[in-house]
Design a protein around this ligand. Structure first.
Ligand code: IMP
Length: 521
């Protein structure tokens, strides 16, 4: 195609989303099918901003979410994601009570004030305390001692929690109340971290500060290491994602549960989500393989009516009509992706699904109209894919990229000298038997008879901590934004220009014609 008379040659070849996807409307395109054109830049990658708003009251400092899968996100992963500025969606393949505790673990993680510290009774033996530390794998050994009414009696210091004192009673070994430093909630004021920081500077060698009320009931514990970590975080470029009370953000997946008659079990769904809200959940995700469906829509409506302000993610869809439907039902952020997942066989088994870039573009049109955000869910294998996804979506959801991390659930297995972790689709037979069948429109009991699994069980090579994986991904995203001269994600979406890549162009994009000594990572 020749450049028209008045247009710049770049505009003919490197097109904006609207003209590019319209010109390619007869073909489904995914990440590797396209590349982004570079643009004049006065932005250094390190100065780019990655914050993103998914809904009123739900802002992340990096646009990355870990998938609600039982081999990806439980509390440890959700904590790591939030500490890095992102979000973890805790999966629902566990009893509802357990999911509530997992959310609590995230909400009460390493905040300035540990509101419910582990307490010890005065008549326990030091040996009991040692056994508790061993059983719960606590990484600390200093505990407040309280009576049955919660009144502070003293502090059991780590110096005396030793096997040689195992037969001594806690009451004989504790530092007595009058020698323990305390502060009242009122004295902590508006900025407890700054107040505690000042206290630790003024009290040489004291590392723990107990919070009490006027009647000397214990209400919390502040540790110097937490205060130092939070003070450091305040200086980091990408701050942890926190709620208004300075707690880490946390999401949880819920399913469109049906009762024995096959009807939507509204009562149970509401009870479950009420429990999550009480624990402080920041967003719930109604997660299913087919979001443009009555069950998902009705679930979203029930939740929207009951919790007018709660951010709701729903999905998955790949059509504009699907986005409109879920937005009209009350969802704030819509998951886009049917069939792109690394463990997914939906396109093979069911013959449906749309390659991800085309799906994202089509969905983005409806999302703009309905003022909702979209999340690019599945199929991301490298940071370049994320940059491409973020030209259309407000954030990405990744499973496989995080499944090999230390923080993912499950044990490491060694095969022929290499270390792996299990990673399975929520539509695999094994996962459906553990509870995720509803996500794929089956009953849990169906998993024992003949149903078509839409996911596989797989292994991921162990890849270290989420911090490390995210550092590499963020570096890549920032590079991409630097190449496009985009200072933030809004500008990235506005500036992106696309072109299709030939099979030879795809080969050219990866290392070629060399003997690789070290991978880029
Ligand atoms: P990945 O990041 O490419 O590994 O894809 C993760 C995404 O795949 C999840 O967030 C889900 O949307 C999707 N997914 C999870 N389990 C299955 C499955 O069993 N079949 C199809 N898609 C799945």
């Amino acid at each position: 195609m020749a450049a028209t008379r008045n247009s710049h040659p770049d505009d003919t070849f490197y097109q904006k989303a609207d003209s590019f996807f319209a010109a390619n409307s007869k073909i489904g395109l995914t990440y590797d099918d396209i590349t982004l054109a570079t643009l004049y830049s006065d932005i250094l990658p390190r100065n780019t901003q990655l914050d993103t708003t998914l809904a009123g009251g739900l802002q992340l400092n990096i646009p990355a979410i870990s998938a609600d899968m039982d081999t990806v996100t439980e509390s440890r992963m959700a904590i790591a994601m939030a500490l890095n500025g992102g979000l973890g969606l805790i999966h629902y393949n566990m009893p509802e009570r357990e999911q509530l505790s997992q959310v609590s673990r995230v909400k009460y993680h390493v905040q300035g004030l540990i509101q419910d510290p582990i307490k010890i009774a005065p008549d326990q033996l030091i040996g009991d305390v040692l056994a508790l530390i061993e059983e719960k794998k606590f990484g600390f050994s200093t505990f407040p001692v309280v009576n049955e009414k919660g009144t502070l009696l003293g502090l059991l210091s780590g110096h005396v929690v030793k096997p040689r004192y195992a037969t001594k009673k806690v009451i004989e070994a504790l530092t007595p109340r009058k020698a323990v430093h305390t502060i009242t909630k009122k004295e902590l004021g508006k900025d407890p971290i700054a107040r505690a920081d000042k206290f630790f500077t003024e009290h040489l060698g004291i590392h723990k500060l107990l919070v009490v009320d006027d009647a000397d009931h214990l209400h919390g514990l502040i540790t110097m290491s937490d205060v130092e970590r939070i003070t450091l975080e305040r200086k980091a470029q990408f701050k942890p994602a926190r709620d208004a009370s300075f707690r880490l953000v946390c999401g949880a997946a819920v399913s469109a549960t049906r009762n024995a008659f096959g009807e939507l079990d509204k009562k149970r769904i509401l009870e479950h989500v009420s429990g999550l809200v009480e624990r402080g959940v920041d967003v719930v995700a109604v997660s299913t393989a087919h979001g443009h469906s009555q069950g998902v829509g009705d679930t979203v409506k029930v939740l929207r009516d009951a919790f007018p302000k709660l951010p709701i993610i729903a999905g998955n869809v790949t059509s504009a009509a699907g986005v409109e439907y879920l937005a009209d039902c009350g969802a704030n952020a819509i998951k886009v992706g049917q069939g792109p997942g690394s463990i997914c066989t939906t396109r093979i088994v069911a013959g449906v699904g749309i390659p991800q870039m085309t799906a994202l573009y089509v969905c983005s049109l409806a999302a703009k109209k309905k003022k909702v955000s979209i999340l690019a869910d599945g199929g991301i294998t490298k940071s370049g894919d994320i940059v491409k996804a973020l030209t259309l979506a407000q954030a990405v959801i990744c499973g496989g990229i995080f499944a090999g991390c230390t923080e993912a659930p499950g044990d490491v297995v060694e095969i022929s000298g290499k270390m792996y972790k299990h990673y399975r689709g929520m539509g695999s037979l094994a996962a459906m038997k553990s509870g995720s069948a509803a996500r794929y429109g089956h009953e849990k009991a169906d998993a024992t008879r003949k149903v078509a699994a839409e996911g596989i069980e797989a292994l991921k090579e162990v890849c270290g901590s989420v911090d490390r994986v995210l550092a590499t991904l963020i570096g890549g995203i920032q590079s991409g934004m630097g190449y496009l001269g985009a200072k933030d994600l809004v500008s990235l979406r506005a500036k992106a220009r696309y072109i299709r890549v030939s099979p030879a162009g795809q080969r050219e994009a990866a290392p070629h014609d060399v003997v690789e000594l070290k991978t880029g990572n």
